[in-house]
Design a protein around this ligand. Structure first.
Ligand code: FAD
Length: 461
C-alpha cells in the first residue's frame, strides 16, 4: 500500500484536525533544539487522548510506517528529529493536569504538560516538583521521562526516574500499557515502567505520568561563591554537605569562560569586582530564613579561612537570588551566539572533573588555538557540560567530538549524563556501554517493537 493510501486512512480515522500531511507541517516540527538538519515528516499527528495515540500506532503498524514522538523539541541530542519516511507524533495537545493529591504527594498528568506548568501547579498546591532545567517553559513531562532528564535538582531529589511512581505507555502495535499504581513499593516482577524512562521514544509513547511531589522548603538560602580552583570547589561542596546534609539542593559550577559569556549574552552586571576562575551557585534549604543565611555565611567564612573561597554573595531576597541564578541561564542563548554550538553533556568521576576540563582545554588549544569553549555543569552530580563554538574550530565538529569523547574514555566517564544519545552520540554509545549491555538493549527493543517502528535510527541502529 502506498504512502498516499496510508495518509488518506490516517486522516479519515483521526480527522484533519489531528493529522496533517507532510507538505502542510510547519517547520518547527522538522527539527529540535540540537541544530540537527531539519527533516520534513511524512505527516504530523497531534492526538488529544491515549485512545487516539493508540489508533495512530495501530495504523502505523498495519502500514509499517515509523513514528517519532515529539515533546517540546528542546532535546539536545537530535532524538526528536523526524526520521526519513516517519510521521511525527506530537504530544502537545495532551496537556491536562488530571489530579493533584497533596496528602499523598502525587500529581497525575498527561505527557504533553510542560515542566513549568507542573512546577507551578505543585507550588500552588504548597509543594514542589523535584526536576528543574533551563528549558522548563517548553519541554514536556513526556520528554523529561523519555530522556530521564536531570537538571538543577538532582543533588537533592535524583533524576526524572526518581520523580515518578508510574506511567502509561502505548506500544508500537497500539497496546495501551497502564502502569499507574500509586505506590513506592511494588516488587512484583519486572518494573516495566523503567524501560520507557530514558528510552528516547524507541520503545513506545508515554501518554500519562504519575509524578511525585516533594514538601516545599520553608526557606532557601542562595549564594554565589568564587573559588580559586576545582579542588577548592569540591572542598566547599563537601563542607556544605557535611553541615547541611541533603538540604544542599543545588551546586552549579561555572568556569570563568562560561561566566563571561553569560554576562555578555544576557547583558548582566558582573557579580564581583574582579573575575575568578570558578563560580558556584549554591541553594541550601532550611526552616528559618535568617538563621539559614547566618549558617551558610558561617560555613563560607570557614571556607574562606581555609583558602577555598575567594569571595561570596549570600542573596538577601528572593529577587536577588533570582538575579544570581540568571548567570546560569546562558545555555538558552547558545544557539544564538555559537555557530554552530557543539554541546557535550558528560558524566565523570566527580573528583576528576577539574582535571578533565584542563585536559580538554589543552587538547583543544593544541589543535585549534583560537577555539572558544565554555565549561559549566551540575558538578554536584558529577555532570559537566562543555560547549564549543564550531566557528572557532574551523567547523571541525566531528574532530572536536572525537577528541572530547577520547578523553571521556580515558577518564572512565559517560558520553551522556542527562541529554541522551539520540542521533548525535550514537557513534560513541559503545564507549559507555558494554557489548553485553548493548545486546540486551537490542533484545528489549525487539520484544517491544518487533517491526522497529518506534523512533528508528535513534540511540542505536
Ligand atoms: P523532545 O526534545 O521533544 O524529545 C526528546 C526525546 O524524547 C526524543 O527521543 C523524543 O522522541 C522523546 N519523547 C518526547 N516525548 C515523548 C513521549 N511522550 N513519549 C515517548 N517519547 C517521547 N536536559 C537536562 O536533562 N538537564 C538540563 O539541565 C537541561 N537543560 C537544558 C537547557 C536548555 C536551554 C535546553 C534547550 C535544553 C536543556 N536540556 C536539559 C535538554 C532538554 O530540555 C531535555 O532533554 C528535555 O527533557 C527534553 O524534553 P522535550 O519535551 O523537549 O523532548
Amino acid at each position: 500500500m502506498s504512502h498516499e493510501q496510508f495518509l488518506d486512512e490516517l486522516i479519515s480515522t483521526l480527522g484533519a484536525d489531528v493529522a496533517q500531511r507532510g507538505a502542510d507541517v510547519p517547520e518547527r516540527y522538522h527539527t529540535d533544539w540540537s541544530g540537527t538538519p531539519p527533516q520534513r515528516p511524512l505527516a504530523l499527528v497531534r492526538p488529544r487522548s491515549t485512545q487516539e495515540v493508540s489508533a495512530v500506532l495501530r495504523l502505523c503498524t498495519a502500514h509499517k510506517v515509523a513514528v517519532v514522538p515529539q515533546g517540546g523539541l528542546t532535546g539536545l541530542a537530535g532524538a526528536a528529529v523526524p526520521s526519513q519516511g516517519a510521521i511525527a507524533l506530537s504530544l502537545e495537545r495532551m496537556n491536562t493536569i488530571e489530579s493533584t493529591d497533596t496528602r499523598a504527594g502525587l500529581m497525575q498528568v498527561q505527557a504533553g504538560v510542560t515542566l513549568q506548568a507542573v512546577q507551578e501547579a505543585a507550588v500552588a498546591a504548597g509543594m514542589v516538583f523535584g526536576v528543574d532545567l533551563g528549558a522548563r517553559g517548553s519541554c514536556q513531562i513526556g520528554g523529561n521521562v523519555a530522556t530521564n532528564a536531570g537538571g538543577n535538582g538532582v543533588l537533592q531529589h535524583g533524576m526524572m526516574r526518581e520523580q515518578l511512581l508510574g506511567l502509561e505507555a502505548v506500544l508500537a502495535d497500539g497496546t495501551v500499557l497502564p502502569m499507574l499504581r500509586p505506590m513506592i513499593k511494588n516488587n512484583t516482577g519486572y518494573d516495566l515502567k523503567q524501560f520507557f524512562i530514558g528510552a528516547e521514544g524507541t520503545l513506545g509513547v508515554v501518554t500519562r505520568v504519575l509524578l511525585r511531589l516533594r514538601p516545599a522548603p520553608q526557606a532557601t538560602a542562595t549564594t554565589l561563591v568564587a573559588m580559586p580552583d576545582f579542588d577548592a570547589a569540591l572542598a566547599v561542596l563537601k563542607r556544605m554537605q557535611s553541615r547541611f546534609g541533603n538540604s544542599v539542593a543545588a551546586y552549579e559550577l561555572m568556569w570563568d569562560s562560561f561566566v563571561q559569556a553569560s554576562l555578555s549574552w544576557l547583558k548582566l552586571g558582573a557579580p564581583f569586582a574582579e573575575s575568578h576562575p570558578l563560580l558556584a551557585l549554591i541553594n541550601v534549604d532550611g526552616k528559618n530564613e535568617s538563621q539559614l543565611q547566618g549558617d551558610v555565611q558561617q560555613v563560607l567564612e570557614e571556607a574562606m579561612e581555609a583558602g577555598e573561597v575567594l569571595d561570596a554573595i549570600v542573596a538577601q531576597s528572593v529577587a536577588q537570588a533570582q538575579t544570581l541564578w540568571k548567570l546560569r541561564e546562558a545555555p538558552a542563548e547558545l544557539n544564538n551566539n555559537m555557530h554552530p554550538a557543539i554541546n557535550f553533556d558528560v558524566s565523570l568521576p566527580q573528583a576528576d572533573i577539574g582535571r578533565f576540563a584542563q585536559a580538554c582545554e589543552a587538547a583543544f588549544s593544541a589543535r585549534w588555538p583560537g577555539k572558544h569553549a565554555l565549561y559549566f555543569g551540575h558538578v554536584g552530580d558529577g555532570n559537566l557540560h562543555v560547549s564549543v563554538d564550531g566557528k572557532t574550530v574551523g567547523g571541525e565538529c566531528e574532530a572536536v567530538e572525537a577528541e572530547l569523547y577520547r578523553l571521556v574514555g580515558e577518564f572512565q566517564g559517560s558520553v551522556s549524563a542527562e541529554h541522551g544519545i539520540g542521533l548525535h552520540k550514537k557513534p560513541y554509545l559503545q564507549a559507555s556501554r558494554t557489548p553485553q549491555e548493548l545486546a540486551v538493549m537490542r533484545s528489549i527493543k525487539q520484544a517491544l517493537d518487533p517491526l522497529g517502528l518506534m523512533n528508528p535510527g535513534k540511540v542505536f541502529d
